[in-house]
Design a protein around this ligand. Structure first.
Ligand code: PLP
Length: 362
């Protein structure tokens, strides 16, 4: 990854520092308005991080106590930590047999009378199978909160992610498809009550300046970050399209190569944004080693599924074998270099190195 910080963003940040209130300045409201318009929702409420966006979204829909929220164990751990922060119980279902996202059928079997919400994650920028999740929500009377932290601008059935469920939650951490020049988050929704509750939670629980209606947090997005985010948002579509172009180059380079599985292809329903370009291979460690020897960075998202992290083992009694598809993915996935400025030559070099590693390893 390589975050992009250009002169326009620097100028926007400086101008906000010079001319606006540092907290809840005009840029924050403008950024929220523009982000909502971009996603096609009525409201967007900014927060201090993606984790805070998820936690606040859960609390704003009234989750508490014994309530359960069902999600995937194959994600960044904030996906389920946010459920715990919200005071609810995380529950997991395994991911699809091919692909990386929560499997709607497996999720459906895990729903209990305590399940209040399902949290699909659009992992790596690949939209989850929202039709099936939405049908399930309707049928079982539960809410869908989308974890869009890796999928700014991705589309499902002609709609932007974050506009499909009851709420969508985004992260602007510096590695994401767009950043605010540091940490930040956003909740998108069409529900006025949910948006009002989220605005209160992120601002100390305020009902008005001196009145408090809930036990809230200091979890606002700073004005300077919102100003930078506004510039980034204007460039997001261009960057996403460059990412899709780079993914196409990788696909061409790996056509017919045995020993690796490429990520699911774009189709008429699902438009991914390639936050990451993730291949699967039994030769994963050999490939990563060879890339490193050649000065090429790669990464593993994620080597340990959430249910096998220490807290989750201890607290919920998970062990190896609980979610076999996620556990297999953790052993096989490798994220290759992916950012909008990657050149065709760089993609060629990375791909050649991967092919050589497979050849050497087989
Ligand atoms: C899938 C997913 N969920 C949640 C988060 C949490 O976002 P943040 O780091 O902004 O708290 C992240 C990113 O870091 C993420 O990738």
């Amino acid at each position: 990854m390589r975050p992009i910080v250009d002169e326009e963003m620097i100028e926007a940040g400086i101008s906000a520092l010079r001319n606006e209130r540092l907290v809840m300045g005009e840029s924050v409201y403008k950024f929220e308005e523009e982000f909502a318009r971009y996603c096609g929702t009525r409201y967007a409420v900014s927060t201090a991080s993606g984790t805070a966006a998820l936690q606040i979204a859960f609390q704003s829909i009234g989750i508490h106590g014994d309530d359960e929220i069902l999600t995937t164990p194959f994600s960044f751990f904030a996906t389920s930590n946010a459920i715990i922060h919200a005071g609810a119980q995380p529950r997991f279902a395994d991911v699809e047999n091919s692909g990386f996202n929560l499997d709607p059928e497996k999720a459906s079997k895990k729903i209990t009378s305590k399940t209040q919400a399902v949290e699909p994650v659009h992992l790596y920028g690949e939209p989850a199978r929202m039709d099936e999740f939405l049908a399930m929500a309707e049928e079982r009377g539960i809410s869908i909160v989308e974890d869009c932290c890796q999928a700014h601008g991705a589309e499902y059935d002609g709609k932007k992610v974050g506009s499909l469920g009851l709420a969508g939650c985004f992260s602007f951490y510096s590695s994401k498809n767009m950043t605010v020049g540091g940490d930040g988050g956003m909740i998108t929704t069409n529900e006025e009550e949910l948006a009002d509750a989220a605005r209160s939670f992120r601002d100390c629980g305020r009902a008005s300046k001196y009145e408090m209606s809930r036990v809230g947090y200091t979890s606002r997005l700073n004005t300077v970050n919102a100003a930078i985010g506004r510039v980034q948002l204007r460039k997001l579509d261009k960057w996403n399209s460059l990412r899709r172009g780079i993914a196409k180059l990788y696909r061409r380079e790996f056509k017919g190569v045995e020993g690796i599985t490429l990520p699911p292809e774009e189709n008429s329903k699902e438009v991914p944004v390639y936050h990451l370009f993730v291949i699967r291979s039994e030769h994963r460690d050999g490939i990563a080693k060879r890339l490193e020897e050649n000065g090429i960075e790669s990464a593993i998202h994620y080597p340990i599924p959430i249910h096998l992290q220490a807290h989750y083992r201890r607290q919920y009694g998970f062990s190896e074998g609980s979610f076999p598809v996620s556990e297999k993915l953790a052993k096989e996935v490798l994220s290759l270099p992916m950012h909008p400025m990657l050149t065709e030559q760089q993609v060629s070099l990375v791909s050649r190195t991967v092919r050589e590693a497979i050849h050497q390893d087989s």
